[in-house]
Design a binder for this molecule. Structure first.
Ligand code: C2G
Length: 133
């Protein structure tokens, strides 16, 4: 059983997120998503989410590619998470290329996948705001 993990906020879930989750799951047999908590988003990621952690968790758990959702509470838990959850492969979008290579020291394969270029949560918010004007 090859176990894959990825991390993120996944607010206003969109097809770019789904493209990432689908490809991450295809790298193994089991996909864990570490979902940024509201506190982590607000205090350390400077992100204000439209959906709460519980709402974002429910959405992620309804996706066929996702097997388990766990909380991401800080930047530093990855090194322990990969052992706690017996992870073989760590996956992130390529906007993070290089940032998590240290996980190779923990015996984990690190994969950065191309982002879906034309969509983002920020883009959605901006487009909706512009339409209202
Ligand atoms: N993503 C993507 N294509 C997009 C938008 C997002 O492939 N158009 C990917 C990102 O690269 C990331 C994942 O979807 O791998 C989740 O995106 P975010 O919710 O924006 O995650 P982020 O804020 O980058 O949090 O500790 C790591 C952080 O929690 C990552």
């Amino acid at each position: 059983m090859k176990r894959v993990i990825t991390y993120g906020t996944f607010d206003l879930l969109h097809y770019g997120h789904i493209n990432l989750l689908r490809r991450a799951r295809a790298l193994g047999d089991y996909l864990i998503v570490a979902l940024s908590t509201d506190e982590f988003n607000r205090v350390q990621k400077n992100k204000v989410c439209y959906f709460s952690y519980e709402e974002r968790r429910m959405l992620l758990e309804s996706i066929r590619y996702v097997d388990l959702v766990i909380p991401e509470e800080n930047w530093d838990q990855k090194r322990t998470d990969v052992h706690l959850y017996q992870v073989d492969t760590f996956v992130m979008g390529d906007d993070w290329t290089g940032k998590f290579d240290f996980l190779k020291e923990e015996g984990v394969e690190v994969v950065y996948l191309p982002r879906t270029p034309e969509i983002s949560t920020t883009q959605i918010k901006n487009d909706l705001n512009n339409r209202e004007m």
